[in-house]
Design a protein around this ligand. Sequence first.
Ligand code: G3I
Length: 300
Amino acid sequence: STLGASAAERGGRYFGAAIAANKLSDSTYVTILNREFNSVTAENEMKWDATEPSRGSFNYTNGDRIANHAIGRGMKIRGHALLWHSQQPGWAQSLSGSTLRSAALNHVTQVATHYRGKIHSWDVVNEAFADGSGGGRRDSNLQRTGNDWIEAAFRAARAADPAAKLCYNDYNTDGINAKSTGIYNMVADFKARGVPIDCVGFQSHLSNSVPGDYQANLQRFANLGVDVQITELDISGSNQASVYASVVRSCLAVARCTGITVWGIRDSDSWRTGQNPLLFDSGGNKKAAYTSVLNALNEG
Ligand code: G3I
């Protein structure tokens, strides 16, 4: 079997990969992509700096290359990411206050409208919570426009593409900790007040272990009435194969865990240079971690 086919047999889940438009001419890369995965995320091409390099002037060339590759092959698309404190175009970095707020919401509206009907799930807001023990928001130019910027973004995204599932996405949220609890409280508040949110993404950039309460953490979010997704999985270290299997089993054990995305295809494609955190080696060969994931998908 393949990752995508096996995930699909487990309650219609997807198994995806982050991909780069400039690698779609690499035949080894594309062969693996088309064989194994039934969902894609643009690693960089749908971000703010890529899609709106100057204010009000949009460039979808590379994002569309990825979207068209996926649509032509029946793959789902995770849209990543409408608003993020990082990878903002220079013009946005220098804005603040109501000017930034309206530019940001216009960005959400324009990009979500361009891709309307094509996106399975959008990361509407990425990485807006702070690390550490406070459980609060990260300071950023977006946060300084007012604490309601996140809900404003979700409302704009819903209006632009009513069919897309709208996700909040973050890292270091893999176990039950102050950061994940801060996000949990925000999601509970959004659900109570009718702010449109459908899913929470757990990036899951892991180093040789997974928190013992990983599944419990996914489940507590699911119990709020949102889907959960593993959105940027990569795992370094000597326990890699068994940690990958644990993550897959945790997702399968949570009914609302609808899919898993690995953050790249081959080790040589990873942002974690030298850590070899993916399922295929740099030559495109299946690693022990690949077999471990496939076996976990085929259990039960
Ligand atoms: O494309 C330009 C190239 O033209 C230029 O010459 C070169 C010089 O630095 O930079 C290239 O852009 C790089 C881009 O990746 C494409 O390769 C950026 O510098 C580099 O910063 C960017 O890194 C990306 C990173 O996000 C940016 O924060 C990684 O590829 C991408 O994997 C990573 O992904 C993030 C998720 O979006 C959010 N969660 C964490 C995850 C890992 O950091």
